[in-house]
Design a protein. Structure first.
Length: 580
């Protein structure tokens, strides 16, 4: 029996279709075209993304890794749909699809060949590259790649006829589709939150490989940054009327404000936690521990600028914080000593106009290795930071603290108190017990650093010193399936907003500031927050200004010989109750 060659039918069909296409007789709906383009982009133009995702995961894959791969794939398809569907009107969809195909092909060449990441600064580089340099990059292989992956599919799209649609039903279909995509994406993020949040934090850069979503996004942001802006407003002064109420000082005063990272109050032994996470600080006599302190935000980028801004949590606005001075600027204006030492990832703009030192990239083998520098490095130069005779100085130490999810990188071998501790970059592979052990080790190490800070200041009989320690925000460790931090404040669990806050005064500081420690201790049970710190620090330095609110100052009502300060409110108990 004669049989046709396998595939001959397909070949004939292809031939027929090609002729139909060339003749411009193939008609397609706009949404079908979008589906085809998305499928094409997802499967042929995102090799770099696929490669990076697979490389970022431990092998062999377990169910966890497959869930991440699946979530990324769905997210990729969803993002591509969201780029195209809203602009898929019949007259627009063809030029848009062609533009996306060509853009994706150009970008995939550089991503696949050079491992390039096309972000905003790369777009900037391209925009500033002259034709000669560009010619060096755009040689034979580039044009071949463009022809096969860009021009060919673009030409096919060009020959298609897009069916006309009735406007309103078409609009309704697209709205429904966008809604469906959003719901699906939220479901993926919600169901895979644990796997994705750990992995996503460690591999943020992977999102820059979503082609052509990331390059288009970068280009839009670049163009936006190049548009002429309205007149740049000058930096707004805060506490413009600030003066020093007590400029003359017998003994130098050093206030060390240690800003912690990701330390949650709940795991502090001093707050009743069942493990010895405060082995050292619990032995420090006269330490004031505020058991009931809340943060301004649930992320560094909110809490750190907020606590120095003078704005309370309820009014805090990032845009306003960027436009105006902060506490440190006021100090600089008053010629008080002020420095920021950073072992974290920077001061979030707070130290922009004052003297600051980055230690997180230091090359000191005693504290630093491939995992960065341990917080002990912040104490290294302490003796050289003492204020001169008669001077006063605020020194901010920005700690690495408990920065996750790779908690094990934050403490030295000697501080592995709780074992077994999670030592895997892919934290999701550790048991919860191992994660909590690693986290508690970060607290125990911070505890030893803070206790050493206090011990060293105590030895300096020649300087009056005060230590304030507060963490920027807390951390979730799997309670109700939530990990890490950064949830919207209104729904954030207490683990993310309840933070450790402590104060310590040297004997000399207690005398010179007239602080009644028993009174301060009595106030330490009341609810306090990062809102208090701006006013508390102004109070310690006797800065007189209408911006100072005495009833926000944690120590004001406990100062016996308090210098007269602005704000004539009646004495209030330290740490007035506030609703968090
Ligand atoms: Zn933080």
């Amino acid at each position: 029996m004669p049989r046709s060659l396998p595939g001959a039918g397909l070949l004939a069909w292809l031939q027929r279709s090609a002729l139909e296409l060339l003749a411009g007789r193939i008609e397609i709906s706009a949404l079908s075209l979008v589906v085809l383009v998305v499928f094409y982009l997802a499967t042929t133009q995102n090799f770099a993304l696929a490669h990076a995702v697979v490389n970022s995961l431990p092998s062999p894959f377990t169910a966890q890794e497959w869930r991440i791969v699946g979530s990324v794939a769905i997210t990729l398809v969803n993002l591509l749909f969201l780029m195209l569907v809203p602009f898929s009107a019949p007259r627009v969809v063809k030029p848009l699809a062609i533009a996306m195909l060509l853009t994706a092909a150009g970008c995939s060449y550089f991503m696949d060949t050079f491992g390039a990441v096309i972000d905003k600064s790369m777009i900037q580089n391209v925009a500033r590259t002259d034709a000669h340099e560009a010619g060096d990059l755009l040689r034979g292989w580039f044009w071949l790649h463009m022809a096969v992956f860009g021009l060919l599919p673009a030409a096919i799209v060009q020959r298609l006829r897009v069916r006309r649609e009735n406007a309103w039903p078409a609009l309704a279909r697209r709205a429904g589709l966008v809604l469906g995509i959003l719901v699906l994406q939220l479901a993926v993020l919600g169901l895979q939150y644990n796997a994705l949040s750990f992995w996503g934090r460690n591999h943020r850069e992977i999102r820059l490989l979503i082609n052509p979503f990331a390059p288009v996004n970068a280009a839009i942001r670049y163009v936006g940054s190049q548009l002429p802006k309205g007149r740049q407003k000058p930096l707004q002064l805060i506490a413009a009327d600030a003066v020093l109420a007590a400029p003359a000082r017998e003994r130098p005063l050093l206030v060390v404000w240690a800003v912690g990272e990701t330390a949650r109050a709940e795991n502090f032994e001093l707050n009743g936690y069942h493990r010895p996470t405060n082995a050292a600080l619990s032995k420090v006599p006269d330490l004031v521990n505020y058991e009931n302190a809340s943060s301004c935000g649930t992320a560094t980028a909110v809490s750190v600028p907020c606590m120095f801004s003078g704005m309370k949590r309820a009014q805090y606005k990032e845009s306003r914080a960027e436009r105006q001075e902060n506490l440190l600027d006021v100090f600089a204006r008053l010629h008080l000593g002020v420095q920021w030492w950073d072992n974290n990832s920077g001061c979030q703009g707070v130290c922009k106009r004052i003297e600051s030192v980055r230690l997180d990239n230091a090359n000191d083998p005693a504290y630093c290795d491939a995992n960065g520098c341990k917080d002990g490095i912040l104490l290294k130069g302490l003796d050289d930071a003492m204020p001169a005779a008669g001077a006063a100085k605020l020194l901010v130490l920005h700690m690495q603290g408990s920065h996750g999810p790779a908690y094990f990188k934050r403490y030295p071998e000697s501080a592995r108190v709780f074992t077994p501790d999670c030592r895997d970059e892919n934290v999701q592979r550790c048991s919860r017990e191992e994660v909590v052990n690693a986290y508690d080790n970060t607290l125990a190490y911070s505890d030893s650093v803070l206790a050493e800070l206090i011990a060293r200041l105590r030895q300096r009989q020649d300087v009056d010193s005060v230590v304030i320690y507060v963490s920027d925000h807390g951390e979730s460790l799997g309670e109700n399936g939530v990990y890490l931090h950064g949830l919207p404040y209104s729904i954030a669990p207490s683990q993310q907003t309840h933070v450790p806050l402590m104060a310590w005064f040297s004997d000399g500081a207690r005398r010179s500031l007239g602080v009644d420690l028993a009174c301060v201790q009595r106030g330490a049970e009341a609810p306090v927050s990062q809102d208090n710190l701006f006013h508390t620090v102004l109070g310690l330095f006797s800065v007189q200004t209408s911006a100072y609110e005495k009833d926000e100052d944690l120590f004001a009502s406990c100062r016996k010989a308090a210098p007269s300060l602005a704000g004539d409110a009646a004495p209030a108990p330290a740490g007035k109750a506030r609703q968090g």
